[in-house]
Design a protein around this ligand. Structure first.
Ligand code: DX5
Ligand code: ZN
Length: 223
């Protein structure tokens, strides 16, 4: 296994010192900055939108991994692409015409991601795998940072990995919610490629060190 990709989640950053937080991310070994958009309808919380994305884009040198926790995301895809998103994740549960939505994200020049709530089986994606670049498995119910990791997610990641291999799909598996050094290696062994980490990075005494440790968190399974 190569080193995992790491995507610190801005949701856990100090918003009063955003520029300082972004400089920290720029200096770090992080591969992306994860940007959580919540609309107060798809999830019971509201986070941030375009003005913040624009400000972040000006200072952040890492690619932006945009996680849309919003209903009818098609309305805003173009704006997020223009706003500088590299990856756009829509929620499976928020899309009536997922194939069309994913095709559109790629047409906009972004990587197409699909996020799955904890209750949504991975098999729901079987018929759109060719349209997907990244699958974001939610390991908490979306809406808030700092929640406890749902252990069943580990089996779900393993199942998704099997599904991808069986279908010769090169889509990456990203995991989001309650991820930290305590579960990173298990998730990587199950098949995860990208670790999203909010509180375990920004809540750490030394966030740079926390990111470095996540990058080096994989340990082989002992037979
Ligand atoms: C939750 C968000 C996550 C969140 C993760 O709805 O999608 O990206 O920021 O935060 P932690 O790592 O604190 O669980
Ligand atoms: Zn997220």
């Amino acid at each position: 296994m190569n080193r995992p990709l790491v995507a610190p989640s801005l949701l856990a950053a100090d918003f009063a010192n955003l520029q300082r937080e972004l400089e920290l991310i720029n200096q770090s070994e992080a591969d992306y900055l994860h940007f959580d958009v919540m609309d107060g309808e798809f999830v019971p919380n509201i986070s941030f939108g375009f003005p913040v994305l624009e400000a972040v884009r000006r200072h952040c040198q890492k690619p932006l991994d945009v996680h849309l926790m919003i209903t009818k995301p098609d309305r805003y895809l173009e704006d997020f692409a223009k706003g500088g998103a590299s990856v756009i994740h829509v929620h499976y549960e928020a899309c009536t015409h997922l194939h069309r939505t994913l095709t559109y994200i790629r047409e906009l020049g972004c990587q197409a991601g699909v996020a799955l709530n904890p209750h949504t089986p991975v098999t729901e994606l079987e018929d759109v795998l060719e349209q997907i670049d990244v699958i974001l498995i939610m390991s908490v119910n979306p809406g808030f940072g700092g929640q406890s990791f749902i252990p069943h997610t580990i089996r779900k990641v393993a199942k998704l990995k099997e599904l991808l291999l069986a279908n010769h799909s090169s889509a990456l598996i990203e995991i989001d919610g309650g991820v930290g050094l305590n579960n990173a290696s298990t998730l990587l062994n199950a098949g995860a490629d990208i670790l999203v980490a909010g509180s375990s990075v920004f809540g750490a005494h030394d966030p740079l060190e926390a990111i470095r440790k996540l990058k080096n968190s994989w340990q082989p399974l002992v037979a």
